[in-house]
Design a binder for this molecule. Structure first.
Ligand code: 8IG
Length: 274
């Protein structure tokens, strides 16, 4: 028998989607969200949570590595009748479980039928006028992991990876939303000031440790993608004080109710344009 580890990642996602259907009785979800640090409260505002379970109850999901990263999955009934799958359990690339594990949640979301993938994260800001607690749209990314979730000759177009349509809907909800290019570093260390300078020089505005690999897998699966970063700190060397995880968590907590409401409003607005 082939080891589960070597199972085709798409077959694994199909099994995971079947688990979710069995756990919820919901055979199809319309939209999926991955809630990164600072965004968790959105799950309570999107609609009625009809099912919530530990992500580890679903094939291929592992325990969250970080306290404060919620390890549950919810099925939410949006007031307009759509179904949202909310994934609170992200596997980060720096955990070393491989890129297949990183994108398993996105592939599972696609297998449940979701056509739209909203990826959120907490991140560092390079634009000097940005302030901790500010949400920004991801307009594009630079993937510095030197890895890809795609295997073999899978040539996927990434033009408009972060949907201009969805960004424009988000801006109708909040016209003050700025946007920037997300640079995914491998982590888990934060950048050196020299690396932040490099990121800025090559066109980056946001530095983080997630999202890009997930976005690539979501696009491969045919989903439309919206990316949102909560700027929890200015990137190393741009802010003068050292970065601390505690500070990042604190900024996230303070912004959480505002950005969660924003996200719920964006989910609602997307439904009016289907
Ligand atoms: I929250 O400044 C958060 N995540 N790479 N750099 C990187 N990831 C982050 C940062 C940051 N802040």
């Amino acid at each position: 028998m082939a080891s589960r580890k070597e199972e085709n990642p798409f077959a694994l996602a199909q099994r995971a989607a079947k688990d979710i259907a069995n756990l919820t009785g919901v055979t199809e979800h319309d939209i999926a969200l991955t809630l990164g640090s600072g965004w968790a409260q959105a799950a309570d505002l999107i609609g009625e949570t009809t099912h919530e379970f530990d992500a580890t109850a679903v094939t291929g999901f592992s325990k969250p590595a970080l306290a404060g990263h919620v390890g549950t999955i919810r099925s939410i009934l949006i007031p307009d009748g759509r179904r949202a799958l909310v994934i609170g359990a992200r596997t980060h690339y720096y955990e070393g479980r491989g890129v297949r594990s990183v994108v398993h949640s996105v592939r599972t979301a696609a297998a449940t039928g979701a056509k739209i993938m909203i990826l959120t994260n907490g991140a560092g800001g390079i634009k000097r006028h940005w302030r901790p607690g500010q949400p920004v749209l991801i307009s594009d990314h630079i993937n510095l992991t030197a890895d890809s979730p795609l295997e073999g000759a899978t040539f996927v177009d990434l033009t408009d990876l972060y949907s201009a349509r969805l960004r424009s809907i988000a801006r109708e909800v909040d016209p003050s939303l700025d946007e920037g290019v997300y640079v995914q570093f491998r982590g888990p260390h934060y950048e050196t000031p020299a690396e932040v300078k490099m990121a800025e020089t090559i066109g980056g505005d946001i530095v983080g440790m997630s999202t890009s690999l997930e976005a690539i897998a979501a696009r491969e699966a045919g989903m439309e993608i919206l990316g949102l970063s909560l700027i929890t700190n200015l990137a190393a060397g741009i802010q003068e004080t050292p970065l601390s995880h505690a500070e990042v968590v604190e900024a996230g907590k303070e912004a959480e109710s505002v950005i969660s409401k924003l996200l719920a409003d964006v989910v609602e607005a997307i439904g009016t344009r289907a």
